[in-house]
Design a protein around this ligand. Structure first.
Ligand code: OSB
Ligand code: MG
Length: 371
């Protein structure tokens, strides 16, 4: 296989409901969509789901654009490859920039699975025909507003809800949601917002009594030791997200018992090959995994659905239906969840058509090059 043409679209879409985390609030998203055309005319799509600002990780839409245009495109264009892992070798010497790499990795996997006539899920080794989806809810202006959001998603059929927490928005809203929904599969995500202090420990002890499935990323990404110390004092499993960028990080988490659940994000790990490897290692180690989201448009969302069909993804993934985020998605049909479950497509590649007209209509800048 050889990619002879690459187009990159910088696409902005408004969110149907604003989303606030411990670091900031957003009402629209700007992701890069990568279209890779092979020598035989087969087309694959990928998505760079980097946030616009460097608050989740160090990347931004702008850095991803620069790395894509200056380094990834020249590495990929005209290179001969058999498997996506081969192609990924062409950019292996670029350090970091996992979100940018992930967009090209997804496009390579889409191309590869289309060329072999397989669904992306089957090409990755997926075994499920449907995946369980959860929703992630941001920080709301009041506990009442949060309860309304939870109610809406439970009514839409979702059985797992994750709540964003931050210092000052933690034990009280979580207790209110738990009281209103005693049997809900509930978990919290701090996005690393807590300092490693006695005061924080009090908050986590309170949350430990709320029957949460997990507490996600309480401390700063690189502080494995703080996570290990906290895990030893809680019954609730800790889940690591931002901390785990490569397999060495996963090794550290396992060696220190710094977390007992893994959130695998395709973007954070630099693509589908790395995400699958993390799944394999976690599975061998008995660590349950789920697929985290970055509010992906349909291309990245479909890749997350395919990945979530692997056998180790035993917890609900952040693959809620497109309609939770976007009034009109960039794929047709959009990702649809019914009763909290999303069917895994069986047609080749990502299993959805890409709505190029809608992409172009929402594109602020574009890059186009041929070998
Ligand atoms: O930590 O999972 C996170 C969105 C932006 C940055 C970080 C996170 C999130 C989400 C998205 O929670 C959930 C989704 O895509 O459904
Ligand atoms: Mg998270």
């Amino acid at each position: 296989m050889r990619i002879d043409r690459l187009r990159i679209f910088d696409v902005g879409l408004p969110l149907v409901h604003g989303f606030e985390t411990s670091s900031h609030r957003k009402t629209s998203l700007d992701h890069l969509l990568v279209e890779a055309t092979a020598a035989d005319g087969t087309v694959g799509w990928g998505e760079v789901a980097s946030p616009a600002d460097p608050y989740y990780g160090s990347e931004t839409t702008e850095t991803a654009w620069t790395i894509a245009v200056r380094y990834l495109v020249p590495a990929v264009l005209g290179t001969e490859w058999e498997t996506p892992a081969d192609l990924e070798q062409s950019w292996a010497r670029i350090r970091g920039h996992e979100f940018a790499k992930a967009g090209f990795s997804i496009a390579a996997w889409d191309l590869h699975s289309r060329a072999t006539g397989q669904s992306l899920a089957v090409a990755l080794g997926g075994t499920r025909t449907t995946v369980t989806a959860g929703v992630s809810l941001g920080i709301e202006p009041s506990i009442d507003a949060l309860l309304t959001q939870v109610e809406r998603q439970v009514a839409a059929g979702y059985g797992r809800v994750k709540l964003k927490i931050a210092p000052g928005w933690d034990a009280a809203p979580v207790a209110a949601v738990r009281a209103a929904h005693p049997d809900l599969d509930l978990h919290v995500d701090a996005n690393g917002a807590y300092p490693d202090t006695a005061e924080s420990l009090e908050v986590f002890r309170a949350l430990d009594g709320e029957r949460l499935t997990m507490i996600e990323q309480p401390f700063a990404p690189r502080d494995f030791v703080a996570h290990a110390r906290l895990q030893a004092q809680l019954a609730t499993p800790l889940c690591l997200d931002e901390s785990i960028v490569d397999l060495a990080d996963l090794g550290t988490m396992l060696a220190l018992d710094a977390g007992r659940v893994l959130n695998i994000k395709v973007s954070r790990m630099g693509g589908l090959t790395a995400a699958r490897r993390a799944h394999d290692v976690a599975r061998e180690s008995g660590v349950p995994v789920w697929c985290g989201g970055m509010h992906e448009f349909g291309v990245g969302r479909a890749a997350n659905v395919a990945l979530s069909s692997l056998p180790g993804f035993t917890l609900p993934s952040d693959v809620s239906g497109s309609d939770k985020y976007y009034a009109r998605d960039v794929i047709v049909p959009p990702v649809v969840a019914r009763g909290g479950r999303v069917p895994v497509p069986t047609s080749p590649g990502l299993g959805h058509d890409v709505d190029v007209d809608w992409i172009i209509e929402n594109t602020s800048r574009r890059f186009d090059t041929a070998a």
